[in-house]
Design a protein around this ligand. Structure first.
Ligand code: MBD
Ligand code: FE
Length: 290
């Protein structure tokens, strides 16, 4: 079971402030003030948490086992700490804090677990679909600074899932990377490429995080999105996602939306239906400020 029923509910729990004070005092000599602040406050919150919930030995052992399983490297080389942070909304919370430091730039969004360092370099106009089936998608994006001036030579990494909602790293039969690439913006800060329309998909739910979602009555679905990481020395780095307007799991108000709480209204864009040059194609016409 995810957690047992606690015996002796409703009792008066003992005071722990003397113990909390001892642990807090133990960090007194921490040489780095930021480290001291973070560990001290973490201890305060954890002590508060176990006290107000009158946590039992068995429950705490369960929590430790859960974290151990979450950190365990699986056969497909994943571990689930990022995913845990994502489904608890902590990744999004840190993302909102980060983005608030650069208020005039395009909204950011969480990195997620499927970014791979050093994707294959692609030319302007390239097709990154690797021939996988799907609705053709043409992206035409301009990268500017906060005053609207074009940013040439920016490195733009793109990654997305296929029509069935799998990233290449989840598809063992694929040879080499697909649906991920590194582009460079041209002299006008522009970037154009072909891929396919992304679809909604469940985050990996066969591990401990998936069990937690099931045990709490939550679904594992993410809204359809494309990932981007845009960098150029001298500019703030932008890690963001674009969401398909009209797609499922976008409704942030219902509590039943995107399972990692990654949707921001500003990032929901039209993927315009378009006949030319692809029949039944779609078009993204975007602009980002770094
Ligand atoms: C994803 O594809 C993703 O983008 C995030 C943030 C979490 C899990 C899977
Ligand atoms: Fe993703």
């Amino acid at each position: 079971a995810w957690a047992g029923t606690r015996p002796g509910g409703g009792r008066t729990v003992p005071d722990l402030s003397w113990l909390t004070a001892q642990v807090v005092a133990s960090f007194d000599q921490a040489p780095e003030p930021r480290v001291k602040q973070l560990v001290t406050d973490l201890v305060r919150h954890l002590h508060h948490y176990v006290r107000v919930n009158d946590v039992t030995q068995a429950e705490w052992q369960y929590a430790i086992d859960f974290l151990t399983r979450a950190g365990h490297i699986t056969d497909d080389k994943r571990q689930e700490f990022v995913l845990l942070s994502d489904v608890l909304g902590v990744s999004s919370a840190v993302d909102v804090l980060t983005n608030s430091r650069t208020p005039d730039t395009t909204a950011s969004a969480v990195l997620g677990p499927f970014y791979v360092e050093g994707p294959p370099v692609a030319e302007q106009g390239a097709d990154i679909s690797g021939g996988l089936p799907g609705t053709p998608l043409w992206s035409d994006i301009r990268v500017t600074d906060v005053d609207g001036a074009p940013v040439p030579g920016a490195v733009v990494d793109v990654w997305q899932s296929n029509e069935d909602g799998y990233y290449d790293v989840q598809l063992p039969d694929l040879e080499g990377p697909v649906l991920r690439a590194r582009f460079h913006t041209d002299d006008d800060g522009r970037l154009v490429f072909w891929s396919i329309l992304p679809s909604e998909y469940p985050i990996p739910d066969d591990g401990p995080v998936g069990r937690m979602l099931a045990a709490t009555g939550r679904h594992p679905w993410r809204a359809p999105h494309l990932h981007f990481m845009i960098s150029k020395p001298g500019y703030s780095q932008l890690i963001t996602q674009l969401f398909v307007r009209g797609g499922p799991y976008l409704d942030t108000s219902a509590g039943r939306g995107d399972t990692v709480f990654g949707v921001k209204d500003e990032l929901v864009v039209d993927f315009v239906p378009r006949q030319d040059p692809a029949p039944d194609g779609r078009l993204i016409d975007g602009e980002w400020r770094l």
